[in-house]
Design a protein around this ligand. Sequence first.
Ligand code: UDP
Ligand code: MG
Length: 309
Amino acid sequence: MRTISIVVPCYNEEENVRVFYDELMKNADFFEEKDLVPEIIYIDDGSKDKTVEQIRMLAEEDQHVHMVSFSRNFGKEAALYAGLKKATGEFVVTMDVDLQDPPSLLPEMFGYLEEGYESVATRRVSRKGEPPIRSFFARRFYRLINRMSKTEIVDGARDYRLMTRKFTDAVLELKEYNRFTKGIFSWVGYETKWIEFENIERTKGETKWSFWKLFIYAIDGIVAFTTAPLAIASFLGVLFCVLAFVLIIVTIVRKAVFGDPTSGWPSLVCIISLISGVQLFCLGIIGQYMSKTYMEVKNRPQYLIRDEF
Ligand code: UDP
Ligand code: MG
């Protein structure tokens, strides 16, 4: 008998806890056939509704259900980390509780592990049912980060991933505070099989991601996986030095050779505002990295546990 740990982060998902369990258990025959014992780990990310009660009720019925409950909302990345840490299985899978990651794909994914892959990742090929403006910015984000970072971040990649113990341990080796799981999965390497599926809309409840939250998340991802913006800041600095040098020469020559008066108050104002803008922009970039470094150095725990079984 081998254990397969199923890690499910939940934040205010009282309606989905049981629906997810029922859907997952449609794979019972598959588990039996492969000699797998499921270990279902719900991570309650500080939910304010009845999520915890729902998980407890399930656990009373099925001893394979486990829970880690946080003292407050620490975010999905922390929830995933806690789940991977708690998982004891030889195989581990992370998936959303809202059934946007269909459990019916598990047998196919498991097949690839048997072929020798260390992890099987999923990506959605469409963004059906998503606001167009969100899709637009998501696409731009993936193009940008992939141009800047050596770690490949796949467009449409979901956090739905089946992995071996070796892969899980590798992910757990990365203990950073600012976790960007999509990047971490890709960073650790190993043979990964990608499978694709059409976007599925959330069964019940609402998405926990506002546009603004996603925007911050995108910046965090860039800062966590590339230092290219710092290089851009240095490049801008050099560019403006060269420009200033050329302007000085031009002004001197105009005065000395042609005797033109050195006037130009309006252009001066434009130049000063442009350059101070660029300066503040670059300072902001440095600030982003500094603040992340500050958080890492503080070395605070990623999450605090209120309850666990
Ligand atoms: N989630 C979480 N903590 C949070 C936000 C979300 O654990 O702070 C969980 C949520 O319960 C769900 C998964 O992360 O299982 C994905 O969230 P959601 O469906 O809201 O995101 P979307 O699918 O819209 O990207
Ligand atoms: Mg979702």
